[in-house]
Design a protein around this ligand. Sequence first.
Ligand code: DON
Length: 310
Amino acid sequence: MQFQPILDEIAFQIQRELAQQGPRGQVARYIPALARVDAAQFGIALRTCDGQEAVAGDGQTPFSIQSISKVFTLTLAMRHMSEQALWARIGREPSGNPFNSLVQLEFEQGTPRNPFINAGAIAVADRIVALYGAGAQRELCGFMSHLAGEPIAYDEEVAASEAATGYRNHALANFMKSFGRIDHGVQEVLDLYFHQCALRMSCLQLARAAGYLCRDGAHPLQADAPVVSERQARRINALMLTCGTYDAAGEFAFRIGLPCKSGVGGGIVAVVPDRLTLAVWSPALDETGNSLLGMKALELFTTRTGLSVF
Ligand code: DON
């Protein structure tokens, strides 16, 4: 299949809609540095298992990957921890609640439902701090650069902006700590969490970095360096399908039919196992915190290509 004309067509259609109607939805306002981003942007890029790439619109513009980072921190933890030790701390069920919800945590004694809601990702960040101590941020950034095949960096302004206003995340981390579910200092763990969310990457860099998820765990660019095992890659995809877009996971499965992970920066990464990874970006979000036009673009892509896990 020739993907470049398909992405060009999707970008043309979405950009025409942006020009005619303006962006619907809202950029994430609760993180001040994200509230200033121009909502009238759209990018899309993909990379196939065998290295074919296509990119359209603002597909090479870097943006704040936010919760998409949770896939990569989970991957890093899975690489270095026993499954048993990891899953003793974090569940694997969809929450059916918003990504920053506190309600289930009290009923469930501080154990987060899954690694992709904020509470779960903070618990994963605690594990990364356990693995790397003061070098955790450097290690994560190095891992992202290793996957993307070029240097990736944190946007310090976004990280500082979220640290100053992340009241919910402070509440979640302290609440889990009160149940003995976080081993390290709340500040140290949140510092890593806010930095992982502040990684700046383009759609093309994300499509490359996530490539192991469509290649049975093999490194996206180097055939001889597995990132995770085939079984682990399958499990990460399963979690993305069921939990990657929070309380919209059912709608994503229904309309798009692929494992996806979204972020409030407006990015979404999607996986077609054994075929390709795809990333889209448009900053305006719906009420579940998922990119409105990103979702539309993914739906156009799967409709046009017939690609789906179902
Ligand atoms: O912790 C937060 O609220 C943000 N840094 C990330 C949330 C997010 O991206 C949710 N995804 N749609």
